[in-house]
Design a protein around this ligand. Structure first.
Ligand SMILES: *Cc1c(COP(=O)(O)O)cnc(C)c1O
Length: 471
């Protein structure tokens, strides 16, 4: 299987090349020339597979330049009970009101990004060894992505991680999670500034081509194809867990920001998984809800992006959206290129004429949840089910409840654990409710922390990198 660009101007790549490349040379996103179609008898055979067995079947369709025996070793050491808490890996439960929840946040950092990042860490290690290469991952994070990347790459050979975060802006838990890592290949840099300042520094370093090449800089952001592939698996797993036969259909409700998670659902559906609808749930930053209701895509800048109590969805330019639009315009790369020229010019675009197709052929619908909804949903689920859901999952449950049709089975994806967002949970249910945490995280905040604090200055960050890399 070869990977091409949504904008049609890059040379076809292997899976391993797509994994390492990030963006395509033409500025587009990489995706396979076509999605494999799963026959009914194959879907039938897959129903009884364990998570790692299913992952091997699905991922080997895409990672065709890695021998299946090697892929099996990589997958078997990734999706384990030790790392994800249960043999099911993504257990499905049912709330009192019938909404199903698929647990994707039982990994090391308590957010769904572990599902893909843990695999990516092992894939990187494998490909780098095979090609005798080294990599310095540089990234900016406001919380979940950075910690998921660090936990996936800690102690790995041939790779360092330099993660920039805004000084004093993350929750105490998130800081402790990242800064307590003691592995020599993990470097935390707290920048005196905002998340956008961190991102600007990363971009500037990426654009310093001589530096980038000499020091093998790379990223693991949400557009990485390897992350999308890993996420396809749990749509199949969730479907099998929620049904008894492949005659049945289910819908998924997905708390969304960069459109990476729900894109994997779109691909699973395109492969033939019997998904009825994909419900995109947004918070106050509702660019995607606006698109799926009106057909207008109007990304906003940082100034017009709200800081909310579901912070991992505070995104107003959905970086993976281009892969979906490529399908909407029937894989016409020239059209995608034109649309994203309009985005780059700050105008956005209008696909209202295709809205019917987006709803009916692709099964998309959407909804929005705001702070008050979030608190109310957390409190309601706590009252009815005696369990605490996190603010992002609460956005999903709110939208699922509002949009569910009679008889429709809706699986809401649980994207984080409540323990990660204690402050909002306390606002919802009061201060004397016990918020459960996995045992190994009980004294997280007491561990010694390693972090270097720098002013928001590209040269300072570059000097710091050099001082570590030239040792
Ligand atoms: C990243 C994240 C999301 C959004 O996922 P996208 O793939 O960016 O749409 C939602 N919830 C949590 C907890 C996250 O960490």
């Amino acid at each position: 299987m070869k990977y091409i660009s949504t904008r049609g101007q890059s040379t076809p790549k292997s899976f391993s090349q797509a994994l390492m490349a990030g963006l395509a040379e033409d500025g587009g996103l990489l995706l396979p020339q076509s999605y494999p179609h799963i026959q009914a008898h194959t879907l039938h055979d897959w129903r009884s597979l364990s998570y790692p067995e299913l992952a091997l079947q699905i991922i080997s369709l895409f990672a065709t330049d890695i021998p299946k025996t090697d892929l099996k070793v990589i997958i078997d050491k990734t999706y384990t009970k030790e790392i994800f808490g249960t043999d099911e890996i993504t257990p499905v439960r049912t709330l009192h009101d019938g909404i199903k929840i698929e647990g994707l946040s039982n990994g090391p950092t308590l957010a769904f990004k572990d599902m893909a990042m843990q695999l990516l860490g092992n894939l990187f290690e494998y490909v780098l060894a095979r090609e005798d290469r080294f990599l310095n991952i540089i990234g900016a994070t406001s919380g979940d992505t950075g910690s998921a990347a660090e936990y996936a790459l800690r102690g790995k050979e041939r790779v360092n991680v330099f993660m920039l975060s805004p000084y004093g802006k993350m929750s105490e838990f998130q800081r402790a999670q990242m800064f307590s890592l003691q592995e020599a290949n993990i470097f935390n840099i707290a920048v005196r500034g905002m998340f956008d300042d961190c991102q600007d520094i990363v971009k500037a370093l990426q654009n310093d081509h001589a530096f980038k090449q000499q020091y093998h800089l790379s990223t693991v952001n949400s557009i990485n194809w390897g992350r999308i592939v890993a996420q396809i698996v749990y749509y199949f797993k969730g479907y099998f867990a929620a049904t008894n036969s492949n005659e049945q259909k289910v819908s998924f409700c997905v708390p969304s920001g960069n459109f990476g998670n729900v894109l994997a659902g779109h691909i699973a559906r395109s492969m033939g998984l019997p998904i009825h609808r994909l419900l995109v749930a947004t918070n106050e930053n509702d660019v995607l809800n606006e698109f799926f209701s009106s057909g207008y895509y109007r990304p906003r800048d940082a100034v017009h992006t709200f800081v909310t109590s579901s912070p991992s969805m505070d995104i107003s330019k959905a970086s993976n959206f281009e892969r979906f639009i490529y399908d909407v315009v029937d894989q016409h790369a020239d059209e995608v290129q034109e649309l994203w020229q309009q985005v780059a010019a700050g105008k956005g675009f209008d696909l209202s004429l295709l809205l019917n197709k987006i709803h009916h052929q692709f099964g998309f619908a959407s909804g929005k949840s705001v702070h008050a909804d979030r608190l109310q949903t957390i409190a309601q689920v706590y009252a009815e089910d005696g369990e605490l859901i996190d603010p992002h999952t609460a956005d999903g449950v709110k939208v699922a409840r509002e949009h569910r049709d009679i008889g429709e089975v809706v699986i809401c994806l649980e994207t984080a654990k409540a323990a990660k967002f204690e402050e909002t949970i306390r606002d919802a249910v009061g201060t004397n409710v016990y918020i459960p945490r996995p045992d190994h995280l009980n004294h997280l905040e007491d561990l010694p922390q390693r972090v270097t604090v720098l002013d928001k200055d590209v040269q300072l960050v570059k000097q710091y990198l050099l001082s570590q890399l030239d040792k």
